[in-house]
Design a protein around this ligand. Structure first.
Ligand code: SF4
Length: 360
């Protein structure tokens, strides 16, 4: 069995990433088979519960209010709307619902209470519930855990060095602190990043070092290929080559052997053959549904056909960990603390972010 290492260096990871492809694939697939059933792939549905109007300046994101994109903003969905969508996702084979809100951080109050209700509702549908709501405090993470949250997503996005070239409104340490807060509960951690933002291979290796040195390592790691959206600072970035995606997935599998590696944004640009190679290289999770928050994703029926063709089976919910209990709001041990946490705002100037803002 391959050991889980928390002391990978950038040089080692880079060496793996640049191995001859056949050797890299063989090594990654071997580890994948040791740790996971290679014919089982988790299917998750990503639901944008609150879209657009975000105060942050993430250079890749069409939901940032400061850039001019075609994203229409929406208020927080109702619990009933979420329930209906979760049931639809369950019927089409998803075992997990990931609810995303375009927030900088969670704020105590009626909207967060509504999200807690959504978590309770979806957990009762026997589906894994994941949230991605921005930065969270320890108490907020505990409230989510009590509601029955299975996973919390908070991506590192890139290496610490390149992160500064993409986002100026919060620091890398804030990301790590949020992950640390989630780790104080029994909620699993989902954290990964994006390739194709203009970063170097050293940055890709740096991100994997940052993820692998977390102890425990994230239970789930999404690898996104940038979908360059018009109006965002990264609108002119070229699509990620499939070979880069395969190398990134394989390297992630080697460095994070037990983690579920998720093919996330950018699948519409990938052929079935390309995706099959990613599954062989160790990807064992996808997002289903025709939208990923705001960017396009393959149609559910297309994915079903691909699964049939490749002989893949969707993973059942709670395969890796038992279903969390849901504590009702009345019996909750953790109440709102009306916290006003001081998350950082580095505020350095990123030229292309400034240019995109001025253009809009
Ligand atoms: S990635 Fe999240 S935090 Fe950043 S602008 Fe988009 S919605 Fe806001």
């Amino acid at each position: 069995m391959s050991e889980v290492r928390h002391n990978w260096t950038k040089e080692e990871v880079l060496e793996i990433y640049n191995k001859p492809l056949m050797e890299l694939l063989y090594e990654a697939a071997t580890i994948h088979r040791e740790q996971h059933d290679p014919n089982v792939v988790q299917v998750s549905t990503l639901l944008s519960i609150k879209t657009g109007g975000c105060s942050e300046d993430c250079g890749y994101c069409p939901q940032a209010a400061r850039y001019h994109t075609n994203v229409e903003g929406n208020d927080l969905m109702t619990v009933n709307q979420v329930k209906a969508q979760a049931l639809r996702a369950k019927e089409s084979g998803s075992s997990r619902v990931c609810m995303g809100a375009a927030w900088r951080n969670v704020k105590d109050g009626p909207e967060f209470d509504q999200v807690l209700d959504m978590v309770r509702t979806v957990n009762k549908l026997e589906m894994e519930v994941c949230c991605t709501l921005g930065m969270v405090t320890e108490n907020q993470a505990k409230r989510l855990a009590e509601a029955g949250l299975y996973a919390y997503n908070h991506n590192l996005d890139s290496s610490e060095e390149y992160y500064k070239e993409v986002i100026s409104t919060r620091g890398y340490q804030d990301r790590l602190d949020t992950i640390n807060n989630v780790r104080k509960t029994n909620v699993t951690v989902c954290s990964g990043g994006i390739i194709g933002m203009g970063e170097t291979e050293v940055d890709r290796a740096g991100m994997l070092v940052a993820l692998s040195t977390l102890n425990p390592q994230p239970e789930s790691t999404p690898i996104n290929a940038l979908v360059a959206v018009e109006g965002t600072p990264l609108e002119d970035e070229k699509p990620v080559e499939i070979w880069d995606m395969i190398r990134m997935v394989a390297t992630t599998r080697i460095v994070l052997p037990e983690t579920q590696v998720r093919l996330s944004a950018g699948r519409t640009q990938m052929s079935r053959e390309g995706q099959a190679m990613c599954f062989f290289a160790g990807a064992n999770s996808i997002f289903a549904g025709d939208k990923l928050l705001t960017t396009p994703n393959p149609d559910v029926n297309e994915d079903l056909k691909m699964f049939k063709l490749l002989g893949l089976n969707p993973q059942k919910p709670f395969t890796k960990k038992v279903q969390p209990e849901t504590v009702s709001a009345e019996n909750s041990k953790y109440q709102s603390l009306q916290e006003k946490p001081k998350w950082t705002r580095p505020g350095h100037k990123i030229k292309r972010n400034e240019e995109a803002r001025l253009k809009s």
